[in-house]
Design a binder for this molecule. Structure first.
Ligand code: PLP
Length: 433
């Protein structure tokens, strides 16, 4: 008899984006006359063409593969040395950060890495995530057995949710050592903490002082920080670290996840990487410190033959002088979209966050609507797809996210339609927030 991983059975309702897709498809089937007008600002998927340097690198790699003399078969599981070197130099050492080439592990994107890193940790680590949060962290931990049952109203037992709300600027506060839950019981310190900055979904960035406090907390509790920097390229705030390794001591307790999806437009190409410093430790039940780097290396060599050659070459090309300029132009394009959306929402009187250091604008729903109700309203009446904040956690209720990944024309049209909706008879009856 084959046994199933019963942790999968704990997963509550489907993943957020399939539910959005289901609602959009249902509306399109109901109203085929307007289906073509739907503008998707929900899922954060890029829309613009790949940087030319990446296209050329892939063409060139294909030519190499077409010639027996330059053909490549299996490559190293964690990436070609030259690519790891370009990343370590380009993203870290050139900014004064101590990261060695062999501390970079290439992958097909950071969504997978955020979950598969759990393979080298013991079962039963106590997880802390922000609320609202990128849902992948939670679901991956549920699948690995690091959570209890789904709770009514959202979330899972056994996970520490770090509430992010207007009062703390949607940034996770470091828990106090004697934090208690609703029943007065002491909440144990988390063992693994996911932090994401620039943040998906709120678009906020974590300041240096707060991240310094998180590093101190992790070191004190021998916990691990998982720093998801998928949107690092969008961070323009000099006081917000672009890498966790800007904080002294982070090399002992932090693993960083990066992606080329939102910097190089690689959502379809698929490439990202993990930084795992050799000094990061986890512990046996007997309290013996074990370096995670060799385990992660072992895991890669056993579970994968790495990222495709052409894709690695494309990633490497982003670090050339022309590659940097092209990535910069792409990011600037989406950031201008974010500015248009943010200012548009603010002009409607909506309270907004993000959009200045991230490609997401986080808005408060008008009074009288919860976030799925307002999602439906925007879909049906403005034919604009957003993401309801409740899909990211309890604290996301009452908010929604607009993605800046779209064409300029669509972004301008979204602002126009939101304005029309706001001015329409029905919404005028509502108080803008
Ligand atoms: N981390 C965050 C916070 C994201 O929003 C995303 C994608 O949207 C990812 C990771 C995954 O990126 P990738 O395309 O590299 O898998």
């Amino acid at each position: 008899m084959a046994f199933v991983n019963e942790h999968y059975l704990k997963l509550s309702a489907g993943y957020l984006f399939p539910e959005i897709a289901r609602r959009v498809a249902a509306f399109a089937a109901e109203r085929p006359d307007v289906a073509r007008e739907i503008i998707r600002c929900g899922i954060g998927d890029v829309t613009e063409a790949l940087p030319q340097c990446a296209v050329q690198a892939m063409h060139q790699a294909t030519d190499e593969l077409a010639d027996r003399a330059t053909f490549k078969g299996y490559g190293p599981g964690s990436g070609y040395d030259s690519v790891r070197g370009a990343i370590a130099q380009g993203d870290f050492r050139s900014r004064g950060l101590d990261v060695a080439d062999d501390e970079i592990f290439l992958s097909d994107g950071s969504k997978g890495d955020c979950g598969s890193i759990l393979e080298i940790l013991g079962a039963g680590n106590r997880l802390a995530v922000t609320d609202p949060v990128y849902p992948v962290y939670v679901d991956a931990n549920v699948m690995f057995g690091n959570a209890g049952a789904a709770m009514a109203g959202g979330g899972y037992e056994g996970i520490t949710y770090l509430a992010c709300h207007e009062a703390n600027g949607f940034l996770a506060d470091v828990p106090s050592d004697d934090a208690t839950d609703a029943s007065g019981a002491r909440v144990p310190a988390p063992d693994v903490i996911y932090l994401c900055s620039p943040n998906n979904p709120t678009g906020t960035v974590m300041d240096r002082a707060r991240l310094t406090a998180w590093v101190a907390y992790a070191r004190k509790h021998r916990a691990l920080l998982f720093w998801d920097a998928a949107y690092e390229a969008y961070n323009r705030d000099a006081d917000a670290p672009r890498s966790v390794y800007e904080i002294p001591g982070a090399r002992d307790c932090a693993i960083e996840f990066r992606s080329f999806s939102k910097s190089g437009g690689f959502t379809g190409v698929r490439c990202g990487y993990t930084v795992l410093p050799k000094s990061v430790m986890a512990y046996t039940r007997a309290g013996v410190a074990v370096a995670l780097h060799p385990l992660w290396m072992r895991r890669w060599n056993t579970r994968s033959n790495g990222v495709s050659y052409a894709v690695q070459r494309a990633a490497e090309s982003l670090y050339s002088a022309e590659g940097r300029a092209q990535v910069g132009a792409l990011v600037d394009f989406y950031m201008e979209n974010a500015r248009i959306l943010r200012e548009g929402a603010m002009q409607l009187g909506w309270k907004t966050w993000g959009g200045e250091n991230a490609p997401y604008v986080w808005c408060k729903t008008p009074a009288g609507y919860d976030s799925w109700q307002f999602f439906d309203r925007l879909l049906r009446e403005a034919r604009v797809v957003t993401t309801p904040g409740a899909g990211f956690g309890r604290c996301g209720e009452g908010y929604f996210r607009i993605s800046a990944f779209n064409s300029r024309a669509n972004v301008e049209e979204v602002v126009r339609r939101l304005g029309n909706l706001q001015r329409s008879e029905q919404l005028q009856a509502l108080e803008p927030v």
